[in-house]
Write a protein that binds this ligand. Structure first.
Ligand SMILES: Nc1nc2c(ncn2[C@@H]2O[C@H](COP(=O)(O)OP(=O)(O)OP(=O)(O)O)[C@@H](O)[C@H]2O)c(=O)[nH]1
Length: 932
C-alpha cells in the first residue's frame, strides 16, 4: 500500500509539518510523531480533509458518539434499526410533513432532553447526514457542541431535514445507516479513516443509489410517494383547474413524479431553513439546481397546460369577439385605404377665409392631430378649434402638397356686389338729388346752417308738419332737391362722418370766419378727400365784425384747399347761418357741383340705399332713416340691411309724412326691418322675403364666426399681450343710446379712453332704452355701470337697478358722459405718489447702545427731522438705506421733531450701519389721484 509522508501532506496543504502532526493527533492518529512519519493513502486523505474542512472523519465521530451517547444510539446501529426507522419514518412522515411549521415551533420549545431524545430516536440518520454535509462541524467541537449544533440545525429543519434527506437523496440516510453499520464494524476492525472517508464521500454520489439494496429502495419509493401526493396538493392549490389532469398524468409516470417530489421537498426546505444552512450545504447546493430545474420543468409543463387551456378557453370565449373586432378592424382598414385614396386625390380644396383646424382637417381628409403636429413642428401652436390664418394655410398647403382656394364667405351675402353687378340701362338713368354732408369744427355753425336751411324750408311752407330729427332731410332749390345728412358736429361722431362721407356726393366744410382752420376742420377735409368727394367751403359767421375770410382762405390753402379766386379749384362761399346771407348761393353751388358730377340713377329698379340712423320706437318697431342712392323703394318691398331684413311696411319723409315711395337721392324713414341695422349699412330691395332672410342670416353667421375667431385666434405673442392685458384694470360698462349714430360715437370715444393701466370694457351696447336685461347683465359683472345717452330708465327698471345696486348714469351731452367716465377711470387708476423732502441731518457721531443698536448724533442741516417719518441714509451721495426714524431725542428727551440748526439723536428702524458723515434725509410721500 502506498504511503505518504506527513511532510508531503504539509507541503501539499501549505501547512507546517508540525501543524499536520497536531491535526493527525487530533484525529486520533497518535502514531504520527514526526514529519517523516508515513500514513496510508486513506489516512492521508482523511488528514487532508480534516485540515481543509475541519471535518472529523466519520469513524472518529462515530467513535466519540458511541462513547458519549446512550444505548439507544448504539441500538440505532443495529441491523434491523434502519428498517424499523424507515417504517417509523413512513408512519411519521405525513405528520411531519403536514405540521412542518408548528413542529418547528414546538421543537424549539422542547427541552434539551426531549431534543436529545428526538435526535437519538428519530434523527440519528440526520445526525450522520449532517455530519456528512455540514462544513461547520469542527473536530475541535466537543460532543456537546456537536449535539447543540445538530439541534440548532434541526430546529429550523426539524423533520423537514429528514424529508430533505429522503427526498433529496432518499436512499442516503439508509445508505448512511448501512454504511454506519459497516463503519461501526470497521471501527471494531480498526479500519483506516481514509477508507471510511472515501466511502462516506461516495455516499453522496446519487448514481450509487442504484447499487443499494432493493429493500431499502422500495422503502424509499414508498416514502417518496407521500411527498408526491403532498406536492400534488400543493400544485393542486396552485393549478386548481388542472389538478385532476395532473393526477391522471402523474400516476403512470413515476419517475417525473419522483423528481417533482424531490424538488417540492427541496423548495419546502428552502422555505423553512435558514439560508445560511443552505449556503453551507454544498451538497444541497449541488443537488438543488437539478431538482429545482425539474420542478420548474414540471411547473412549466403544468403552466403550459394551464396556459394552453387558458389560451384555448380565451380563444373559445372570445373567438367571436376577436373575429368581430378583427372584422371591424378589417372593415376600418378597408375604409382607411379609401380615405387614403381620397387624401391622395385631394389636390385642391376650397375653404372659407375663416376656417378652424378641425374643419380644415376634415376638408383635407386628415386627422386634426396631424394638422396640429405639422404646425407644431413649424413652431405654430394651435388647438383643433383654432382658426388658421393665411400663413398657417400657406404652410399647410406646402406640407400636404395641396392647392388651397380661399373662398370669401362674405361674397355669399354680399348683396351689394350682386346689386352692382346688374348694370343699369343708360336710357333708364335720370338725374338724382345730391346728398350733402356738412362737416366742420365745433361751434363753427353746422347746426345753425342746417337749421337755417330746414327752417327756411318750413318757413317758406313748402311742406307742413313738425320738423323732427331723422338724421337727414331734403330741401328744394330751383325745383331740384338736395338731401342733407344731419351730422352733429362733435369729434365723437367721426366714425359716423366717415360713413356719411361714403354716401355723400358733396361735402360742405364750414369754417368760422372769426376762428379759422381748426383741428376738426383738417380732419373733415381729410375724410372728404379720402372719400374723393367734392368739397365746398362755407366761410361762416360773416356777419361778425371779427370775421376774417382771408384767415380761413390762407389756413385752408396750407392744406391744399385753394380758393378759385386765389387760382385754386375750390368754391369758397361766405355765409352767415345766423342771418342767412350767402346760403342760397351755397345751395346753388351745390347743385352746380351735382351737375358736374352728373349724378344719375335708375328709378326703375329695386332700391339701393344707405342707413343713416336707426332706432327702436315704441309701437313702430325698427325705424331706419335711409337715403336711396339708386332705384326706388316702395312700400311692400322686401329689403335686407346687414343682419336685418324685412318688408317695408311704411315710408315717411323727413317731415313725418307717409309716402309711398322713395326715389333716388331722397331720404326717408322706413318701418318694417327685423332688427336695428347699423349706421352706414347698405340696404337693398330683393325679390322676396326668403332671399332677404337668406342674406341676413348668412351675414349673421359670418359675423358670429368672425367674432368667435377673434376670441380664439391667439398667437403666442398675442397671448402674452393678453396676459399682460389681464393686469389691466377695466371698467365694465353697458352703453345704451337713443340712436345708432350716437351709440357708435360714444363707443368709439370710450374705447379711446385707455392707457397702460386701465381701459373701458363695453360689455354690451345697444340702441334703445335701458331694460331689465341690461340691469341683469350689469349686476352679473363686478363694478359695471350703465351709461345711457338720451335714454332714461323707467320705473320698473329703476327699481330693479336699486335692488341690484346697479348704477345707471344718463346723459344728453356726450362730453359730460366722457368726463364722468374719465373721472371713474381716474379713481380706478393707481394714485400718483410723489415725495416731498422735509429735512436733512448730518451724522456727526455714531453711538452703539446695547440692545437698542446704533444711535446717530446728528445736526439738522435743513428743514426738520420728524419721528416716524420716512428717511433715507445717504453716503457720498448714494442712498444706502430707506426706512423710518425709530427714535428721536434731544438730549435725554424724546421729541417729535427737531428743526434746522439743532442737534439730536436719531435711531433708524432696522439699520445699524450708520457712519459719521452720512446724511439722513427725511421725506413724506404724497398720493395724488391719477387722471386719464
Ligand atoms: N354771429 C354768428 N353766430 C353764429 C353763426 N353760426 C353759428 N353761430 C353761433 O355759433 C354757436 C355755435 O353754433 P352751432 O351751430 O351750434 O355750431 P356747431 O358747429 O353745430 O356746433 P356743435 O354742434 O357743437 O358741433 C352758436 O352760438 C351759434 O349761435 C353765424 O353765422 N353768425
Amino acid at each position: 500500500m502506498a504511503e505518504v509522508r506527513i511532510s508531503e501532506i504539509a507541503l501539499e496543504l501549505g501547512y507546517s509539518s508540525k501543524e499536520i502532526i497536531e491535526k493527525a493527533n487530533e484525529m486520533g492518529l497518535k502514531k504520527i510523531k514526526a514529519q517523516n512519519s508515513a500514513v496510508s493513502m486513506e489516512e492521508a486523505e482523511a488528514i487532508y480533509n480534516y485540515v481543509q474542512t475541519g471535518e472529523l472523519p466519520q469513524k472518529l465521530k462515530t467513535k466519540s458518539k458511541i462513547h458519549s451517547k446512550p444505548k439507544k444510539e448504539i441500538e440505532i446501529l443495529d441491523d434491523e434499526e434502519p428498517i424499523k426507522k424507515s417504517k417509523k419514518e413512513k408512519a411519521d412522515k405525513p405528520k411531519a410533513q403536514k405540521t412542518v411549521k408548528p413542529k418547528k415551533e414546538s421543537v424549539s420549545k422542547k427541552t434539551q432532553e426531549q431534543k436529545e431524545e428526538d435526535l437519538n430516536s428519530v434523527k440519528e440518520p440526520e445526525e450522520i447526514k449532517n455530519e456528512e454535509v455540514k462544513k461547520e462541524t469542527k473536530e475541535t467541537t466537543s460532543k456537546k457542541d456537536i449535539k447543540t449544533e445538530i439541534k440548532e440545525e434541526l430546529k429550523p429543519q426539524d423533520k423537514d431535514e429528514i424529508k430533505t434527506t429522503k427526498s433529496k437523496n432518499s436512499e442516503t440516510p439508509k445508505k448512511e445507516i448501512s454504511k454506519e453499520k459497516e463503519s461501526e464494524s470497521r471501527i471494531k476492525k480498526v479500519e483506516s479513516l481514509a477508507s471510511l472517508s472515501l466511502k462516506k464521500r461516495r455516499g453522496l454520489v446519487i448514481v450509487k443509489k442504484k447499487d443499494e439494496p432493493k429493500e431499502e429502495e422500495k422503502t424509499e419509493v414508498k416514502a417518496k410517494k407521500e411527498p408526491t401526493q403532498r406536492l400534488n396538493i400543493g400544485l393542486d392549490e396552485i393549478f386548481s383547474n388542472t389538478s385532476s389532469n395532473l393526477k391522471k398524468k402523474k400516476s403512470p409516470k413515476k419517475q417525473p413524479l419522483n423528481t417533482r417530489k424531490e424538488s417540492a421537498t427541496k423548495i419546502e426546505i428552502l422555505d423553512d431553513r435558514d439560508i445560511k444552512d443552505v449556503e453551507i450545504d454544498d451538497e444541497s447546493e449541488v443537488v438543488l439546481p437539478d431538482l429545482t430545474l425539474s420542478a420548474i420543468n414540471v411547473e412549466n409543463q403544468q403552466k403550459e397546460i394551464k396556459q394552453q387551456k387558458v389560451y384555448r378557453s380565451a380563444q373559445n370565449k372570445f373567438t367571436n369577439q376577436e373575429t368581430r373586432s378583427i372584422s371591424r378592424g378589417v372593415r376600418k382598414k378597408h375604409k382607411k385605404p379609401v380615405k387614403k385614396d381620397e387624401e391622395i386625390s385631394v389636390s385642391s380644396i376650397d375653404i372659407p377665409k375663416e376656417i378652424r383646424v378641425y374643419e380644415f382637417a376634415d376638408k383635407l381628409g386628415k386627422q386634426p392631430s396631424e394638422i396640429i403636429s405639422k404646425l407644431f413642428m413649424l413652431g405654430l401652436m394651435v388647438t383643433k378649434n383654432d382658426f388658421l390664418d393665411e400663413d398657417a394655410l400657406e404652410i399647410l398647403a406646402d406640407e400636404f402638397n395641396v392647392t388651397i382656394n380661399i373662398i370669401d364667405e362674405a361674397l355669399k351675402f354680399d348683396y351689394t356686389k350682386d346689386y352692382d353687378e346688374t348694370k343699369d340701362d343708360e336710357k333708364d338713368l335720370v338725374l338724382r338729388a345730391p346728398v350733402v354732408t356738412i362737416m366742420g369744427h365745433v361751434d363753427h355753425g353746422k347746426t345753425s346752417l342746417l337749421d337755417y336751411i330746414r327752417n327756411s324750408r318750413v318757413a317758406t311752407g313748402e311742406a307742413g308738419g313738425i320738423t323732427q330729427h331723422v338724421g337727414a332731410y331734403m330741401v328744394e332749390k330751383n325745383g331740384r332737391k338736395i338731401t342733407f345728412i344731419d351730422t352733429p358736429g362733435h369729434e365723437a361722431f367721426t366714425a359716423m362722418r366717415e360713413r356719411g362721407a361714403e354716401v355723400t356726393d358733396v361735402v360742405i366744410i364750414i369754417v368760422a370766419a372769426d376762428d379759422g382752420v381748426k383741428p376738426q376742420t383738417k380732419e373733415a377735409i381729410a375724410h372728404a378727400k379720402a372719400a374723393n368727394v367734392p368739397i365746398i367751403i362755407a366761410i361762416n359767421k360773416m356777419d361778425k365784425p371779427t370775421a376774417n375770410p382771408d384767415l380761413v382762405k390762407s389756413g385752408l390753402s396750407e392744406l391744399g384747399i385753394l380758393p378759385i379766386d386765389w387760382g385754386g379749384e375750390y368754391e369758397f362761399v361766405p355765409i352767415s347761418a345766423k342771418t342767412g346771407t350767402g346760403i342760397d348761393e351755397l345751395l346753388e353751388i351745390v347743385l352746380l357741383q351735382a351737375d358736374i358730377l352728373e349724378l344719375k340713377a335708375n328709378p326703375k329698379r329695386m332700391a339701393k340705399a344707405t342707413v343713416i340712423e336707426s332706432s327702436l320706437k315704441k309701437g313702430l318697431g325698427t325705424v331706419a332713416t335711409i337715403i336711396v342712392q339708386n332705384g326706388t323703394l316702395n312700400i311692400g318691398d322686401n329689403v335686407v340691411a346687414g343682419v336685418s331684413y324685412g318688408r317695408v311696411r311704411a315710408i315717411m319723409d323727413d317731415k313725418g309724412n307717409h309716402i309711398k315711395k322713395l326715389s333716388p337721392g331722397e331720404c326717408g324713414v322706413i318701418i318694417g326691418l327685423s332688427e336695428v341695422p347699423e349706421s352706414g349699412e347698405t340696404l337693398i330691395g330683393v325679390e322676396d322675403e326668403k332671399t332677404a332672410k337668406d342674406y341676413a342670416s348668412k351675414k349673421h353667421d359670418y359675423l358670429r364666426q368672425k367674432e368667435l375667431s377673434k376670441s380664439t385666434k391667439v398667437s403666442l405673442e398675442e397671448l402674452g399681450a393678453k396676459i399682460a392685458e389681464g393686469e389691466l384694470k377695466t371698467l365694465p360698462v353697458i352703453v345704451k343710446a337713443d340712436v345708432g349714430g350716437s351709440l357708435e360715437a360714444i363707443k368709439a370715444s370710450l374705447e379711446k379712453l385707455r392707457n397702460d393701466e386701465i381701459k373701458v370694457d363695453i360689455i354690451h351696447s345697444g340702441v334703445g332704452g335701458i331694460t331689465q336685461n341690461d340691469i341683469g347683465l350689469a349686476s352679473a359683472s363686478e363694478n359695471c355701470i350703465i351709461l345711457g345717452f338720451n335714454v332714461r330708465p323707467t320705473g320698473d327698471v329703476k327699481e330693479r337697478a336699486k335692488e341690484r345696486g346697479v348704477e345707471i348714469k344718463t346723459y344728453n351731452v356726450i362730453y359730460t358722459l366722457l368726463d364722468d367716465v374719465k373721472a371713474i377711470l381716474g379713481g380706478l387708476m393707481s394714485p400718483i405718489i410723489s415725495e416731498e423732502e422735509i429735512g436733512q441731518a448730518e451724522i456727526r457721531q455714531v453711538i452703539n447702545v446695547p440692545k437698542i443698536g446704533q444711535i446717530a448724533g446728528c445736526m439738522v442741516t435743513d428743514g426738520n427731522i420728524t419721528r416716524g417719518a420716512d428717511i433715507r441714509v445717504i453716503r457720498d451721495g448714494v442712498v444706502k438705506f430707506e426706512g423710518k426714524v425709530s427714535s428721536l431725542r434731544r438730549f435725554k428727551d424724546d421729541v417729535k421733531e427737531v428743526s434746522k440748526g439743532f442737534e439730536c439723536g436719531v435711531g433708524i428702524e432696522g439699520y445699524n450701519d450708520m457712519q459719521v458723515g452720512d446724511y439722513i434725509e427725511s421725506f413724506v410721500k404724497r398720493e395724488e389721484q391719477a387722471t386719464i
